[in-house]
Design a protein around this ligand. Structure first.
Ligand SMILES: [Zn+2]
Length: 144
């Protein structure tokens, strides 16, 4: 995950977009993100070629989630009950309980600052998607 102290609509968009990318591209790995002001640059590896046509449906899923104004909920759960989280390996092993942020149907362990509802991620748009190296891709997005 990117900087947890980032602008909440930007961090929340990165958070949900990461969940959607992992869901739709399960072979994705090596994820990194840089957040600055109202823009984010993500990079990740993917073993098979990807084009803008592969990413467009994920952008559409983001737009639909924002239009649906899903609630964002924050809970603390015992680590022993957190094995369903897709990113538990990113959390320090001695951290218990685990802070879980759920956006719609997508829970993640996260310490970031979030919007209360997805509708607050106004102006979300993917501005660029392109390969940067062998099997590595860069996705730029912005919010208002
Ligand atoms: Zn988050």
């Amino acid at each position: 995950m990117g900087d947890p102290l980032a602008y909440p609509p930007l961090h929340s968009a990165e958070h949900l977009l990461t969940s959607l990318l992992e869901e739709r591209l399960p072979a994705l790995s090596g994820y990194e993100a840089r957040l600055k002001s109202r823009k984010c640059v993500m990079e990740f590896d993917h073993p098979t070629p990807l084009t803008e046509a592969d990413i467009a449906p994920i952008g559409e899923a983001m737009t639909a989630a924002i239009a649906a104004d899903w609630p964002v909920t924050i809970d603390a759960i015992p680590r022993a009950k957190a094995s369903h989280l897709p990113n538990l390996d990113e959390i320090p092993a001695d951290l218990d309980p685990v802070r879980v942020v759920t956006i719609g149907a997508y829970p993640r362990a996260c310490r970031g600052q979030h919007v209360a509802r997805t509708g607050e991620m106004r102006g979300f748009r993917i501005t660029r998607f392109a390969p940067v190296a062998n099997s590595r891709y860069r996705l730029n997005f912005a919010v208002d």
